[in-house]
Design a protein around this ligand. Structure first.
Ligand code: DQA
Length: 155
């Protein structure tokens, strides 16, 4: 069964206790369960990873890019946290590994501080889900699965 990678960047391990007025009270373990259900509805398994370290995230993007090319993975739902706004290296990794990515943000970053308005990830993302709370992860999995099916139908 092919997989979908759900990748979370820095501080998302604090979900549930970090700024609940912005990010809600759902924990990352709850999000993982939601993602496993959503993936299962599309006949996929969810591979769930979180790291506070940019290099580790880059290594996973490379690994899963290769697995996507091998047909073992349909791509990734990626919440890069604050690296969204800073990381040329993650931009280059996604582009270089050709990993299909749906960028996902729990909060509406465009309603927040100006430094959150720019994303280095968006230009290399297949799609973007912003501001739907943690249900955005499920919407992003649905969207990535739809894009994947569309690609298969037209090839
Ligand atoms: C976030 C938004 C980022 O600006 C922030 O640094 C995060 C979480 C979100 O999911 O809304 O860590 O990616």
């Amino acid at each position: 069964m092919p997989s979908v990678l759900v990748l979370n960047g820095p501080n998302l391990n604090l979900l549930g206790t970090r700024k609940p007025e912005v990010y809600g009270s759902t924990t990352l373990a709850d999000v993982e369960a939601m993602c496993r259900d959503a993936a299962g509805r599309h006949g996929l398994t969810a591979e769930f990873r979180q790291s506070n370290h940019e290099g580790q995230l880059i290594d996973w993007v490379h690994e899963f890019g290769a697995r996507a090319k091998a047909g073992e993975c349909i791509g990734a739902v990626f919440n890069p946290g604050a690296y969204t706004h800073t990381s040329v290296a993650l931009h280059d990794a996604i582009e270089g590994a050709e990993l299909p990515v749906v960028e996902c943000h729990i909060s509406n970053v465009h309603k927040r501080e100006a430094f959150r308005h720019h994303s280095f990830i968006s230009p290399v993302a297949r799609g973007i889900v912003v501001g739907f709370g943690v249900r955005g992860y499920v919407l992003a999995i649905d969207g990535l699965a739809a894009l994947h099916e569309e690609g298969r139908a037209s090839s």
